[in-house]
Design a protein. Sequence first.
Length: 75
Amino acid sequence: MLITPHTKAKPYSVGYAPAIDAPSIDTADDTLMSKEEFFAKIAASEEEARLGKVLAMLPEETLDDFLLRVEECIA
């Protein structure tokens, strides 16, 4: 889909999963998550962001400094 200033797109919100045309995936492989699990993880991440549970780089912070600062938070 080409996004232009005139494109009318629905805003994403918690619990909204856009319809996508994805090829069928063999879910017999237990290393793959189902479509439902995928969208549940997206919804949970959106909820965490809405609640402010996010990590952000500080102004003038380098990527190396940011990664060192948040290393213990994501380990």
